[in-house]
Design a protein around this ligand. Structure first.
Ligand code: NAP
Ligand code: MG
Length: 407
């Protein structure tokens, strides 16, 4: 296609490149499924580990700030270095997780949702719509302090006001023998940001928002979460939800689990940190494959960053480096791009961009449903003689063919 025939994406998308096999697939997706059809303004940030090391990780902060400026970003998977990676890449230091850095700058919440195809039925039969999960990623047991209680004695918690005045002190337990003690916390500010992001994304996706805690037992801690969500809803969202035909529903965590299993899906489920940790892995595996999970970081300021939920697929990359072809799955990367394009199109009021992204999603889904799939999907797909495992290149070629039929 010549430039004037391409669909014009009006405003800038922040493109964040990454590492290993996902970096390889990133380029394939761009070259074959996007650039031939779209005239895009991309602001490119290379978050490949080498570049992060060269810039002392400044590039990660720059990328996050670029999303703040332009509103929409799309990110490839990146290596979070550990000791082995420091050696492998001769790093100056064990740089922090880029996703952690970006999340801290955008103050965002991560939402995960499955890409559903007809021939990969979810483990729960009645789930015929995606369940999006939002995990509060601050505090609770993830920022705790713990004491192994060695002997009889008093276990207490204390709050000491910075400005002076009376401390608040509670006895947790009078230990008669050895035991264990834990202190956890959260902040109004963090819970409130979480609530705002959840309401923002539920409205964005036009799905009901469910929130669950254990406030019947935790009458101050969990009750504060419930209260902040309720106040935020009443103040800023009730009208908007009503107009969009969606609801906000609070229930106890155990009741939520029981209801989710019996539901047909189609909601956004906001979870406290630990609940979200556990439930997102449960949902991930129940919906089929990690490579079919998309992820979006939504900040209360209204910025969106789209990515695949999986990592850099390191094992496949080492095969690729040896010159072997791999059957790595680019679906979640493709949907990261379509997510960003749909959001850009919506913000720019350019429906043809949204339509293109939807057609690309349909073409990708149709490819899998026709039996052409990568190895990870073949293992979980409903058995069919037509099913065939293909290499990544061939999978993308098949999507191109389906896409061209739709355009
Ligand atoms: P991973 O990259 O998600 O891969 C784990 C395994 O899941 C793979 O070995 C592969 O299984 C399967 N898999 C995941 N995505 C796939 C895809 N697109 N196509 C086919 N199979 C897929 O996790 P990891 O190997 O534990 O982590 C590798 C690196 O990714 C680490 O350095 C980690 O720091 C980073 N990471 C980054 C992010 C992010 O940027 N958001 C998230 C998680 C991890 P088989 O080997 O059985 O085929
Ligand atoms: Mg987990």
């Amino acid at each position: 296609m010549v430039k004037q025939d391409k669909i014009k994406v009006k405003n800038t998308i922040v493109e964040i490149d990454g590492d290993e096999m996902t970096r390889v697939m990133w380029k394939m997706v761009k070259d074959q499924l996007l650039l031939p059809y779209l005239d895009m303004k991309l602001e490119y940030y290379d978050l490949g580990l080498k570049k992060r090391d060269e810039t002392d990780d400044q590039i990660t902060k720059d990328a996050a700030n670029a999303i703040k400026k332009h509103g929409v970003g799309v990110k490839c998977a990146t290596i979070t270095p550990n000791k082995a990676r420091v050696q492998e890449y001769s790093l100056k230091q064990e740089w922090k997780s880029p996703n952690g850095t970006i999340r801290a700058i955008l103050d965002g919440t991560l939402f995960r949702g499955p890409i559903m195809v007809k021939n990969i039925p979810p483990a729960v039969r009645n789930w015929n719509k995606p369940i999006i999960i939002g995990r509060h990623a601050y505090g609770d047991v993830y920022k705790n302090k713990e004491i192994r209680v060695p002997a009889p004695g008093k276990g207490e918690i204390t709050f000491t006001p910075q400005e002076g005045g009376q401390s608040i002190r509670l006895t947790v337990q009078d230990f008669k023998g050895p035991g264990v003690l834990q202190g956890i916390h959260n902040t109004d500010q963090s819970i409130s940001s979480f609530a705002k992001s959840c309401f923002t994304y539920a409205l964005d996706q036009k799905v009901d928002l469910w929130f669950s805690t254990k406030d019947t037992i935790s009458k101050t801690y969990d009750a504060l979460f419930r209260q902040i969500f309720e106040e935020e809803f009443k103040k800023n969202w009730e009208e908007k939800f009503k107009n969009a035909g969606i609801t906000y529903f609070f229930t106890l965590i155990d009741d939520a689990v029981a209801r989710i299993i019996k539901s047909e899906g189609g909601m956004l489920w906001a979870c406290k940190n630990y609940d979200g940790d556990v439930m997102s892995d449960m949902l991930g595996s129940a919906f089929g494959s990690l490579a079919m999970m998309t992820s979006v970081l939504v900040s209360p300021g209204g910025f969106f960053e789209y990515e695949a939920a999986h990592g850099t697929v390191q094992k496949h990359y080492y095969k690729y480096l040896k010159g072997e072809k791999t059957s790595s799955n680019p679906m979640a990367l493709i949907f990261a791009w379509t997510g960003a394009l749909k959001k850009r199109g919506e913000l720019d009021n350019t429906p043809d961009v949204v339509k293109f992204a939807e057609k690309l999603e349909k073409a990708a889904i149709k490819t899998v449903e026709s039996g052409i799939m990568t190895g990870d999907l073949l293992r979980v797909a409903r058995p069919n003689k037509k099913n065939k495992q293909v290499y990544t290149e061939d999978f993308i070629d098949a999507i191109v063919k389906n896409l061209n039929k739709k355009l």
